[in-house]
Design a protein around this ligand. Structure first.
Ligand SMILES: *Cc1c(COP(=O)(O)O)cnc(C)c1O
Length: 378
């Protein structure tokens, strides 16, 4: 059986987790949390990095920092994970979905302006598959209409737009370290931003509404409840796992990129003969091999394809039923304009197994099986 995903593991995780345990300091913001956020600050040239319990929670923090209020509108693609919308729905916002571009599956930057109303407060680009959205256009619109930009960079760790790390281009950026992402800590994420003016508020929100962070820095002599907050700090044990992964970041990313390139090279002839479509990487984007997907003719072909691979012991999956056709999406959102690509493209897309350490033997078998499918049936 070839799994679709296996959580990355490099071998140094236990050592660091043991160190965290031996210190008897297991709560949030310990040594490993600091190591991880410092690493990201340096690597991504960003002023503020807060490790969180998930990307969902990083998005929630961003929605609070962006001061999203009841009745505000937030623009995002419908082709995304539920958390992108949930974080803003929690603040009482109305979600306005716009169509995607078929080449990258990202929000179509040319359709955003028409969806802006007097109530619009934020745009939430999702960097699907670690391929950047057209951030120059999005930031220009945000500037013109005085909107906040919250990047859902859950899949965008160590991927770049014109050389700038995803998650550091808008007002706020949110990463995920869920076990299905390139690097992991089991469950976890990070909130990043450049504007230091948000630092204190972010600390308070993350620390249950208290100024405990200031207290720990010795800036005040007791801490107290100063505003709204929740508990968004991960345990230092989880951060220890992530630290092992960050230290081996290049190894993990190179391995994934080799897999991605292997698929691309070996499936290119199928694309040239019109049987499948392969992912497009725009010139401005440097992706991170987060996923490798194919697009097939239609929904029916995709169902055959997935069950054929499954019979042969290969797990291939699809995801994201467009949010605007889900029950909650109908309740909390509306689609602006026409759904030309969101539903159609989402029905054709299938993801192939891709994880750190997948063997070339397994990759060859996946490719061979895909060719078999097209010889037999199409
Ligand atoms: C994985 C993912 C999330 C959620 O990340 P968690 O860390 O599991 O909360 C949000 N948005 C997108 C696009 C994702 O892929």
């Amino acid at each position: 059986m070839i799994d679709f995903n296996i959580a990355p593991y490099v071998g140094t995780e236990e050592t660091y987790i043991r160190q965290a345990i031996e210190k008897r300091k297991l709560c949030g913001d310990g040594t490993f949390t600091k190591k991880c956020s410092d690493w990201m600050k340096e690597q991504f040239r960003v002023n503020q990095v807060f490790l969180t319990t998930s990307c969902t929670h990083a998005l929630e923090m961003a929605a609070i920092l962006a001061d999203i209020q009841k009745g505000d509108e937030v623009i995002m693609p419908s082709y995304t994970f539920v958390s992108t919308a949930d974080a803003f729905v929690q603040r009482g916002a109305k979600i306005v979905f716009v169509d995607i571009r078929p080449d990258t599956m990202n929000i179509n930057e040319n359709l955003i302006e028409a969806a802006i109303t007097e109530r619009t407060r934020a745009i939430v680009p999702v960097h699907y598959a670690g391929v950047g959205c057209d951030m120059d256009s999005i930031n220009a619109l945000a500037k013109k209409y005085n909107l906040k930009v919250v990047e859902d960079a859950a899949q965008g760790f160590d991927a770049y737009y014109k050389g700038i790390p995803l998650g550091t281009i808008g007002d706020f950026g949110c990463l995920s370290f869920h076990e299905t992402k390139n690097l992991t800590m089991g469950e976890g994420g990070a909130l990043m931003f450049q504007d230091t003016a948000y630092q204190e508020k972010a600390e308070i929100i993350r620390e249950k509404g208290t100024n405990r962070s200031k207290f720990f820095r010795g800036q005040i002599d007791k801490y107290t409840w100063v505003g709204y907050g929740s508990s968004y700090l991960p345990s230092d044990m989880n951060a220890a796992y992530l630290w092992a992964q960050l230290e081996s970041c290049k190894t993990i990313q190179d391995d994934r990129m080799n897999t991605w390139n292997y698929y691309y090279k070996h499936l290119k002839p199928l694309a040239d003969s019109g049987k499948v479509e392969l992912p497009t990487i725009p010139d401005y984007a440097q992706h991170n091999a987060h996923m490798f997907y194919l697009k097939l003719k239609d929904l029916e072909t995709r169902s055959w394809f997935i069950s054929y691979l499954s019979e042969k012991g290969i797990m291939a999956v699809f995801h994201y039923i467009p949010l605007h056709i889900s029950p909650a999406g109908k309740k909390f959102g509306r689609f602006h304009g026409e759904d030309v690509y969101t539903t159609r493209e989402s029905e054709r897309l299938v993801r192939l197994p891709l994880y750190y350490g997948i063997s070339e033997k397994n990759l060859a078998y996946v490719v061979k099986t895909i060719y078999e499918f097209f010889e037999l049936k199409h």
